[in-house]
Design a binder for this molecule. Structure first.
Ligand code: SAH
Length: 234
């Protein structure tokens, strides 16, 4: 899978992309992640990429020219057409977007190509959306100072679904929000058997796979119910 990140701060991604899971995935050829600097598409002596909002108000907005030119250069490289084919997708990071969920992550992981647009300052000029018609994605109801961290969230979540990236392919299926039921994972235990008087539940020591699977399922249902009750009901 190929992911292009359109950003004013490509250097923010360095340590993150070189890290263990993503670094290995890129080395193995499973992921091809490229960083594109919007400033490379700025014109004029000052290489300006942002300007004050019409109508007044605080801060600066990303101008349409450099962002659109940057994305169009990606879409037309290798002589391909400017209309993205259905196997690729342009996602703009924005607080106004649809919320990022595991379903959305799975949808992206099924694409051959993903272009991530990272905003800065007060965000994007509306005509960038009007021209590129991106899929607007929010990572939560709070405001970040840039789309870079949000893009890293998407890259990380998508990468672990690409076959071969995780050591054990079953682990992504068993994870929270995954599989057909999208349950949250229940409690897990490793050694020692007893820690500060807290014992590992006996069922996990029985070696009875069916009983263990049943217990885990019950715990997952309880954890899912707990999360729903705690976080969504007032
Ligand atoms: N003025 C905007 C916020 C701009 S924050 C507003 O009030 O909605 C600058 C950039 O950070 C945005 O363009 C976006 O790319 C990114 N960003 C901030 N919060 C985000 C969120 N919750 N989800 C995704 N991207 C976000």
């Amino acid at each position: 899978m190929r992911i292009d990140v359109v950003t004013l701060f490509p250097e923010m991604f360095r340590g993150f992309l070189d890290g263990s899971l993503l670094g290995a995935a890129q080395k193995a050829g499973l992921l091809d992640i490229r960083l594109r600097n919007i400033r490379d598409f700025a014109t004029g002596v000052h290489r300006q990429v942002d300007d004050r909002p019409y109508g007044g108000g605080p801060g600066m907005l990303l101008m349409p020219g450099p962002v659109v030119d940057c994305v169009e250069s990606l879409l037309t490289e290798n002589g391909s057409s400017e209309t993205p084919d259905p196997s690729s997708s342009i996602a703009m990071l924005s607080p106004s977007g649809r919320p990022l969920t595991q379903e959305v992550v799975e949808e992206f992981a099924g694409r051959q190509r993903l272009i991530l647009l990272c905003g800065r300052y007060e965000g994007f000029d509306q005509r960038i959306c009007d021209t590129l018609k991106p899929d607007l994605i929010s990572v939560g109801n709070y405001v970040l100072s840039g789309g870079e961290v949000a893009a890293m969230v998407i890259i990380d979540a998508v990468a672990r679904l690409i076959p071969g990236v995780l050591g054990d392919s079953q682990s992504a299926v068993d994870d929270s929000f995954s599989g057909t039921e999208r349950l949250i994972e229940g409690p897990q235990y490793t050694r020692p058997r007893e820690y500060r008087g807290l014992r590992v539940p006996d069922v996990l020591l029985t070696g009875d796979h069916q009983r263990i699977a049943d217990w885990r399922k019950t715990q997952a249902i309880l954890a899912t119910r707990r999360q729903t009750n705690t976080h969504t009901e007032k």
